[in-house]
Write a protein that binds this ligand. Structure first.
Ligand code: T3D
Length: 258
């Protein structure tokens, strides 16, 4: 079963994260498949807009925590993992000179939030939830979340929701500017596809140049921030808080950090 489902219609490539029984959490293979789908989309002149969404009831739960546990056992550096996985993925989403729309069909957390925030537009189902996620397992926001979240909702709210790890409702996300449109859940995909197809019919060269201008104006330090997140994440990796958070998640318990 492919981990990324892809369909091309009216110059719009829909990419669907496809691990619905795992809340579309990213494992290594899914990240690689998404990266190569984006590389192909970038090179294919027939693709003029990209729509990213999730299968089932969740957009994406971020890094697969069971895989993270295996990486712990094998002593794999989180910094190296980020360098090979989410950092190039987030940079690619920002660098592709074509509009990328995220259709957020349910909960989104962790690196899934980073990927959604890196997209150009976010169209969310009215029952979607946005959880920062990282601190819940004793980690630091990565995948660009430490730059993109405060840029979109302000430092105060970004700090509050990173610390509390409480979900942000779609309604608040819309009111705070993190989401461009709210759509009733059953109409999300057709509406988001229509928006992406309209963009595909537009001056895509100018859209690409606009992205470059916004990247330069608002996110000139994105690559450096991704590197720094990796450094911090590596330090968090060996902390007791991370162990406690992961164990609690796997046991479906509330972590006790004291
Ligand atoms: O180097 C590195 O890799 C470091 C990088 C880290 C990047 C990160 O992304 S860290 C953050 C990881 N993600 C999280 O902490 C989020 C954890 N998940 C959640 O908070 C919730 O699952 C959601 C808010 C995303 C969705 O909630 P809900 O109620 O819709 O679904 P659920 O019941 O919690 O999850 C459904 C299933 O997916 C469930 O499995 P089960 O019980 O049906 O067998 C759950 O365990 C599984 N699942 C959810 N998230 C993950 C996951 N399995 C593995 N990894 C997950 N992240």
């Amino acid at each position: 079963m492919p981990l990324i489902l892809s369909t091309l219609q009216q110059h719009t490539l829909t990419l669907k994260l496809n691990r619905p029984d795992k809340a579309n959490a990213f494992n290594r293979d899914m990240i690689l498949e998404l990266r190569s789908a984006l590389d192909e989309a970038e090179a294919n002149a027939d693709v003029r807009a990209i729509l990213l969404t999730g299968s089932g009831a969740t957009f994406c739960a971020g890094q697969d925590i069971t895989e993270m546990l295996a990486a712990q056992d094998q002593n794999v550096s989180y910094h190296e993992h980020l360098r090979e996985s989410y950092n190039p993925l987030v940079l690619k989403i920002r660098q592709i000179e074509k509009p990328i729309v995220a259709a957020i069909n349910g909960s989104v957390a962790g690196a899934g939030l980073g990927v959604a925030l890196a997209c150009d537009l976010r169209i969310a189902a009215d029952n979607a939830f946005f959880t920062v996620g990282f601190t819940g397992i004793g980690l630091v926001p990565d995948s660009g979340v430490s730059l993109l979240l405060p840029a979109l909702i302000g430092l105060g709210r970004a700090t509050e929701y990173s610390f509390s790890n409480l979900p942000i409702s779609a309604q608040d996300a819309f009111a705070w500017g993190m989401v461009n449109r709210l759509i009733p859940a059953d109409a999300l995909l057709p509406t988001a596809a229509q928006i992406a197809m309209m963009l595909a019919m537009g001056p895509v060269g100018a859209f690409g140049a606009t992205k470059k201008a916004f990247n330069r104006a608002m996110l000139p330090n994105l690559a450096e921030v991704l590197e720094y997140e990796g450094e911090l994440q590596d330090a968090r990796r060996s902390e007791e808080e991370h162990k406690v958070g992961v164990e609690a998640f796997l046991k479906k318990e509330r972590p006790s950090f004291i």
